[in-house]
Ligand binder design. Structure first.
Ligand code: TUI
Length: 314
């Protein structure tokens, strides 16, 4: 059985975390992942504290196992959500799209395991110094907000920069990816895109259908001009946005073009105006299946590969 320090740290069976996907990772999905032996994570996205509290309570009504909350640091409600996780005594918090330094002391004092996403060695070192419990090294193959580096080069460099457990993310959707992440020095994985097609994922059917139909070159990155690059499916919205980005459209108009597009995709399934965030591994998602089965396939799929790896050495 695939076991590592991440299992002990978080009190979970398999070293598999479900990524916090804005508008998508709710209490129901998180509970299903945790019941399957991974760590289910509720995404705060741009939602207010009251939404996050409600989802934590929903998750707790569905599982006794640990769950986590992801705090999107660019959210106008980040301060409020940061307080909610303390009040609700959430065992683990992950952060994304920024530097969580200002919250670290309060979270640690509340006994929360803090696991920031880092996209650079500098942030990995800073988070280690400030008392993070583990780090998520997320490469640009991932969906949503992306950094510059790929998983292949980021993970080993983050492992060299810290003594903390490193969880790899970005481009991992099956046991081969999990095994590769462990080979790079990680001792856990975070997976987002594959959980879009979990039975318990409440995202709109159109979203699931697009993921199932995705092929290798189906994603693209937009938003670099405004400093927030995001990877999404190559849909009419993404193409129009990319065109606008390379036009003389003023920044505020470009910003307005993107507003609300994540909700339109996840909740309304709007094929024209929605922004369908997804990682490059979308093409590797083959079917709708229970979250627990996904967790098990990821972990168990890595086992024979890691065992066989020694055969290469003569
Ligand atoms: O956060 C994510 N993925 C996301 S957040 C999101 S919501 C959103 N909506 C509109 C525009 C942008 C985002 C959708 N997907 N992943 C974690 C992640 N964090 N990836 C990269 C980073 C990151 C990048 C730079 C973390 C820290 C960082 O450093 C900032 C600093 O100040 O040092």
């Amino acid at each position: 059985m695939l076991k590592s320090a991440v299992c002990e740290l978080l009190g979970i069976e398999y070293p598999v975390l479900q990524g916090g996907m804005a508008w998508i990772s709710d209490g129901r999905l998180a509970a299903a992942v945790s019941n399957g032996g991974g760590l289910g994570i509720i995404a705060s996205g741009n939602a207010p504290g009251s939404y996050v509290r409600e989802q934590i309570r929903i998750a707790r009504s569905l599982t006794d196992r640990p769950i986590g909350v992801n705090i999107m640091l660019m959210s106008p409600h980040a301060d409020e959500v940061a307080a909610v996780v303390v009040e609700e005594k959430v065992p683990a918090v992950t952060t994304g799209a920024g530097n969580p330094s200002k919250y670290m002391e309060a979270w640690k004092a509340a006994g929360i395991r803090v696991i920031p996403v880092v996209a650079s060695v500098a942030l990995a070192k800073l988070m280690t110094r400030l008392g993070a419990s583990a780090l998520i090294a997320e490469g640009g193959e991932s969906g949503g907000h992306v950094g510059e580096l790929t998983t292949m080069v980021l993970v080993p460099q983050v492992c060299d920069a810290t003594d903390l457990p490193v969880i790899a993310a970005g481009g991992i959707a099956d046991g081969r990816g999990v095994a590769a992440a462990f080979m790079l020095g990680a001792c856990g994985v975070q997976v987002g895109t594959r959980f879009l097609c979990a039975e318990e994922c409440s995202v709109h059917e159109n979203y699931k259908e697009k993921i199932l139909k995705a092929t290798d070159l189906c994603t693209m990155v937009t938003g670099k001009r405004l400093g927030h690059p995001v990877r999404s499916l190559r849909t009419p919205f993404a193409r129009n946005y990319a065109k606008a980005e390379y036009s003389s459209m003023p920044d505020d108009e470009l910003e307005a073009l993107g507003a609300g597009a994540l909700r339109l995709a996840a909740v309304e399934g709007d094929n024209e105006k929605g922004c369908f965030l997804a990682g490059q591994a979308a093409a590797m998602v083959k079917r709708i299946q229970p979250a627990a089965e996904i967790v098990r396939e990821l972990a168990e799929g890595a086992e024979p590969i890691l065992k066989r790896a020694a055969e290469w050495v003569k």
